[in-house]
Structure formats: C-alpha cells, structure tokens
Write a protein that binds this ligand. Sequence first.
Ligand SMILES: Cc1cc2nc3c(=O)[nH]c(=O)nc-3n(C[C@H](O)[C@H](O)[C@H](O)COP(=O)(O)O)c2cc1C
Length: 247
Amino acid sequence: MKKLLVLLLAAILLLSLCACTGTAFPTEGAVSAETQVTEPPAEPTQAPAATESVPVSEESVADPAEKPETTTPKTNILVVYFSRTGEQYNVGVIDEGNTAIVAKAIAAETGADVFEILPATDYYPYTYAELTDVAKKEQNENARPAIRDALPDLSQYDTVFIGAPVWWGDWPMIVYSFCETADLSGKTLIPFCTHEGSGLSGFDRKLASACPDSTVLDGFAIRGSDCQNDRSNVESKVQSWLDELGY
Ligand SMILES: Cc1cc2nc3c(=O)[nH]c(=O)nc-3n(C[C@H](O)[C@H](O)[C@H](O)COP(=O)(O)O)c2cc1C
C-alpha cells in the first residue's frame, strides 16, 4: 500500500512539472515586449559613400573657361604730407590743414596712395603763437620728432610727393625724420608746400640734400589761406602743375 502511495505521488509530481515547462520557453522567432520598444535612430556616423552625389551650389562650381579675377593694379605714386589743424596763420581755427587739402588734390588727380606723417606724441599746441614757439625750439635743436605710424612699404612706389607747411623758412623737423628713415633712394621726389609768403623756401634743395640718391623735381608752393578760402582755384592750380609734370 505504501509503495502504491509513493508511485501515485511520483506520478502527480511528474505531471505537474510537465504542465509548468509547457509555457516556460517561447517558441523560436517570438519577440518579447521588451525588444519591441523602438529606440530613436542613432546619428549616422559614417560619411556618405564616395559615389553618393553631394549637393553643390551653383556659385562654387568653377567654370574652367572663366579667367582668374584680375586684381586692381597698385599705384606707383605715393603722397606723403604733414599738416596741422587748429589755429593757423591768417585763417583762424581750421579743421582740415592747408597742406592736407593740397595733398588730397594731388592724390585725387593722380590716383596716388596717401600717407600722413603724424607725430608719435602730439605735443604741438593748438594756438598759432604757441605752435610757432615749439616749432622754433625744434628747429634750433635740429630735432627729429618720432613718427606715430609705421612707414608704408615704399618698394611699390617710384614717385613720392612730399608736402608740408613752411615753418620758419624750413620743413617742419618731423619731415626730416621721414626723409631720413624712409628708403627713398632711386625714387623721384616731388616737394610741395603751403606758406604765407615765403614760397617754396628751398624745399627742393633741402630734399635733394636729405635724399642724395633720389631725383628731386621742381616743387609746388601755394598760399595756405587760399586752400581754405579758394579751394577750387587751388585744386585747378594743382591740376595744371601736375599736367606740366606729365601726371
Ligand atoms: C610754426 C609756424 C611757422 C611758420 N613759418 C612760416 C614761414 O616761415 N613762412 C611762411 O610763409 N609761412 C609760415 N607759416 C605759415 C604756414 O606755412 C601756413 O599757414 C601753412 O599753410 C600751414 O599749413 P598747414 O595747415 O598744413 O599746417 C608758419 C606757420 C607756423 C604754424
């Protein structure tokens, strides 16, 4: 009887085991709910294959027949000048220097580049009387005031116009600073000045001795007050002078 009972129990145990394993293993190919969740696509990490066509804007397509862009030819003429604003002889307070007006007229006529000589430290007084004192002191000391800006690359220029006001019958000393620092050898130099009666004051001669390896042409002198009061006349005189020189 005991054996029968054990056999019965064993049979029951076997049957219940089969019942459990019947649902425990999913059939092949079945997908659990977990794997069905769709992830956002990852960023593509690969570059498009070389054969894929890449969109190209029309502008970037080089036309082989097209000529390369021509750059505007640089001028070979430079106008260098020094000039003051503030109170000036005969004209009161001015906001554009007399010599600056002539320099701009030359540049407009010739298409030249322009370089303004500015002092590194602007200690020049605003009032005329004080300015004459400072200018006289510089002249007596044969000073060479420093120029504020780096000098332009002069290699592209073969003609340099150099202008300034007459100060005590001479160039302002800072113009000598320029002439002695810049390499003007082999160039054609053309002096010009504004004044109130002294004329060119030997600017051509002084320029020739400051720059012995340059060719100095005849200069141009005009009254500073005319630059303020009769500008168009000054401009036409500049034009006639340049015509005579062949510019
Ligand atoms: C310090 C100083 C000295 C001057 N000396 C003379 C001179 O000797 N002869 C002359 O005719 N004019 C002289 N002038 C007048 C200037 O040459 C004239 O006003 C010139 O046009 C000023 O030019 P700017 O405005 O370009 O500086 C002098 C002016 C100053 C400020």
